[in-house]
Structures are given as C-alpha cells and as structure tokens.
Design a protein around this ligand. Structure first.
Ligand SMILES: Nc1ncnc2c1ncn2[C@@H]1O[C@H](COP(=O)(O)OP(=O)(O)OP(=O)(O)O)[C@@H](O)[C@H]1O
Length: 246
C-alpha cells in the first residue's frame, strides 16, 4: 500500500510555475528527506500534496475528504505559528481533533502523553506555549503532529532553529517512526544530517526533481553542483558521513 502518490504535480504561484510535473511515491517505513536550494519548491510540493494550495496533477492525499486526510497525514508547516496562549498540553491535544475522542478520551490522553514524553516536554506541560523559546515551541508543534498518530508525517524544515542535540533527537525520532512502519517526508537543509538519518532523498531544484533514491546516489558531486552551485567534501565517520559544503 502506498502512503502518498503524487502524479504530475505542478504548482503556479503568482502566475509563475514553481513546481513542474513532480511524480513521487512514498511507501510505509520510508524517511524521505526533501533537499534543494531556497526557492526550489519544497514547501510548495508539501502544501500541494496536502491540498492546501491549488495545483494541477494528482495527489492521493489531497483527494481524501478533510477528516480522513487529517487522520492520514500530520503537517508541521515552515511558519511555526501558535495563535493562542494555550498550555503545551492543550496545544498537543489539538492533534487529536480528527479522532473520535476529539482530545478528551482515554485513548487521546495516552497519545498526548506519549507525544509530550517523546519530545521531552514534560517540564513544560502546563506552561503557556507562547512563553516557550522558539526551539521549544518547535518541539511542542512536533509533539502535536505526533499526537495526531497518522501513517504520514510531512514536516517542513523540522530541525530549523533546534540546537544540535535537539536536531539529532528529532531526526532520530523520525527515523524511529519510519522503523515503526510510518512514513516521514521532511525538508532538510543540512545535507550531512539528511545523509545520516534519511532512508531516501529527493533533490528538487527549480521545481524539478533532479534525483530521487538512496542517499549516496542523490548526494553526488555533479548533482549538488547543478542544484546548489557548490561542491562538497565528504568525511566518513562511524556515525555516518559528515558533509562539508565548499
Ligand atoms: N505565497 C507565495 N506567493 C507567491 N510565490 C510564492 C509563495 N510562496 C512561495 N513562492 C515562490 O515559489 C517558489 C518556491 O517556493 P517554496 O517556498 O516552495 O521553496 P522552498 O524550496 O521551500 O524554499 P526554502 O528552502 O527557502 O524554504 C519560490 O520562487 C517562491 O518565491
């Protein structure tokens, strides 16, 4: 069973085409890193796949009715906006709205507590989410997405603004989710982290998929030069490759 199928997905923004006929199939157990330069179309791809912006082509997710879609995919948008002064626990509980208990059942409470624990947010449970640091707010929003308990997690730059330890914890968690049979699609700018944790990479540039496949096949010099205009130095370490842009 496919978790997400995109066929010929194209997006035009302000009459400018920004995504050109993208095809992508995501399967259970994949942690797919979406890499590419600023403006490549990574956010547009995720927003169109979710049915949040107009597109042409086909997204299996966007075709679902909204209630089913919310039980199939959780989304961490690039803009981390918390609109109201709710507690961290209440913010995470919002992830349960698509489910029958709506955040108040015993099942909901278990999912909420598990998400809070997984993101190390117990000390902040009762604190107003607006009074957290930027990185802590980010973790609370990831916890909300985890509480949604969906087969697919779409995360736009989930490690932006996190300290190095939290970056590792977040990506390790996403890898664990994939190990549990879920699917994660996340845009990541740090190529070294993407290489270490993702099971597959998709390289996007100018709205086109330049490469899609195993990490080593995508992080090739010639492809990176075409996409980013840079070369990289790759240093193999016991923890995976360190990738230094030069
Ligand atoms: N709301 C918008 N209205 C008009 N154009 C937009 C809008 N959002 C993005 N764009 C344009 O669409 C193109 C793709 O942007 P997108 O945000 O999808 O790229 P991205 O790969 O996510 O970039 P980044 O790495 O900087 O987040 C860019 O040229 C951008 O200027």
């Amino acid at each position: 069973m496919m978790v997400l199928t995109l066929t010929g997905l194209s997006v035009t923004r302000r009459r400018r085409p920004v995504l050109h006929g993208v095809n992508m199939i995501l399967k259970p157990g994949e942690f797919v890193g979406l890499i590419g330069p600023n403006g490549a179309g990574k956010s547009s791809l995720m927003e169109a796949a979710l049915g949040l912006i107009p597109f042409s082509g086909r997204s299996s997710l966007a075709r679902m009715p909204p209630d089913r879609r919310a039980r199939h995919a959780a989304y961490l948008p690039q803009a981390r906006e918390i609109a109201w002064p709710v507690s961290v626990a209440d913010l995470v509980a919002l992830g349960r709205i698509p489910w029958p208990g709506g955040g108040r059942s015993g099942v909901d409470r278990i999912a909420i507590d598990a998400a809070i624990a997984r993101m190390g947010l117990e000390p902040f449970r009762k604190r107003t989410a607006l009074r957290l640091s930027g990185g802590e707010q980010n973790r609370a929003l990831i916890a909300r997405a985890l509480a949604q308990d969906t087969p697919l997690l779409i995360a736009d730059e989930p490690v932006a603004g996190l300290d190095p330890a939290q970056q590792l914890a977040c990506l390790r968690l996403f890898r664990e989710l994939a190990g549990e049979g879920r699917t994660v699609l996340a845009s990541i700018h740090d190529l070294g982290l993407a290489a270490r944790f993702c099971t597959r990479l998709v390289l996007l540039a100018g709205g086109h998929v330049l490469a899609d496949g195993p990490v080593d096949g995508v992080l090739r010099d010639e492809l990176l030069r075409r996409a980013f205009g840079i070369s990289v130095r790759r240093i193999e370490t016991p923890d995976g490759p360190a990738i230094l842009p030069v």
